[in-house]
Design a protein around this ligand. Structure first.
Ligand code: G
Ligand code: G
Ligand code: NA
Length: 259
């Protein structure tokens, strides 16, 4: 109940922020895009753990309002970063929960990108299997509409749930994000675990490329992981090795300092 009250107060008093974490090309480490990660910045408690906020927001259906705030703030942040850094092709990935796929979503997203002068082709809609599992024709129609508008679809946490492969067959996906548990496992101390997880990632990558999908490794923390993933043919990486999720202003400072 306390978290729910914080979510409501956050909506009314504007405590929500869209942090950004860069996604880099494993070949050269240039920034390919950013993932928007929701943060609730409580005036007394500071940043609150997002996982709990998101699950309570989903249970109480407040995720739709929270999601709309994050969507607009993230797009505004992308516009600002693009203006300051001159990066006009970097994309923005936004996470969506199943409840957010309401009929008003495409028009709302179109309004936000229009307002901030962002091409819809720069927006990536990140969904998890939870969205696809519903196998709901309405969700499918909305995703198709978003894709027709120019957005790409990324399948998040790939390899962790049930029958992921069957979704690839039935759903238009452009980007596969390999779950960070796989990234950890490629350097596992157990030879068998290490070898098998490498084979799995390589197999997923080959398959994804055959389906014209881009492959991203999540949770890259070490140089060794980065090297191995690059050798295995993955396209992009995301993780603390490269950049942490950050406040847009901090990220802009970091990008300016490194130029
Ligand atoms: O930084 P991290 O702890 O931010 O995020 C925790 C989880 O919450 C991630 O798995 C991510 O997919 C999810 N998440 C982060 N931001 C959002 C958001 O704006 N909307 C939704 N639906 N999920 C989000
Ligand atoms: O599931 P999703 O891809 O949305 O998850 C993003 C989550 O992963 C966020 O909680 C983010 O803070 C976290 N994250 C990003 N990079 C790393 C990393 O290198 N290591 C770990 N452990 N978590 C990371
Ligand atoms: Na995500």
């Amino acid at each position: 109940a306390e978290i729910e009250a914080n979510i409501e107060a956050g909506l009314v008093d504007n405590w929500f922020e869209a942090f950004l974490q860069p996604i880099v090309n494993l070949n050269g480490r240039g920034i390919a895009g950013f993932e928007a990660l929701m943060r609730l910045n409580h005036p007394q408690k500071g940043l609150m753990p997002p996982a709990e906020i998101i699950s309570v927001a989903e249970e109480t259906a407040k995720i739709v309002r929270v999601g709309n705030v994050i969507m607009e703030k993230a797009i505004a942040n992308l516009a600002k970063i693009s203006r300051i850094s001159g990066m006009q092709d970097t994309y923005l990935a936004i996470n969506f929960s199943p409840l957010q796929f309401e009929p008003a979503l495409p028009a709302r997203l179109a309004a936000f990108v229009g307002r901030h002068g962002i091409r819809p082709e720069r927006i990536v809609v990140e969904i998890t299997e939870a969205v696809l599992m519903h196998d709901n024709p309405e969700i499918r129609m909305i995703v198709t509409e978003l894709r027709r508008f120019g957005c790409r679809i990324a399948l998040d946490d790939f390899g962790t749930g049930y029958s992921s492969l069957s979704y690839l067959n039935r759903f238009p996906v452009d980007i596969i994000k390999i779950d960070q548990s796989f990234t950890r496992a490629i350097n596992d101390g157990d030879d068998d675990v290490r070898q098998k997880s490498r084979m799995l990632i390589e197999g997923i990558t080959t398959l994804s490329h055959k389906m014209n999908c881009t492959v991203i490794a999540e949770g890259v923390e070490t140089e060794e992981e980065c090297r191995t993933l690059h050798q295995m043919g993955l396209d992009y990486g995301q993780g603390y090795l490269f950049h942490r999720p950050q406040h847009a202003a901090t990220l802009i400072e970091e990008l300016m300092a490194s130029q």
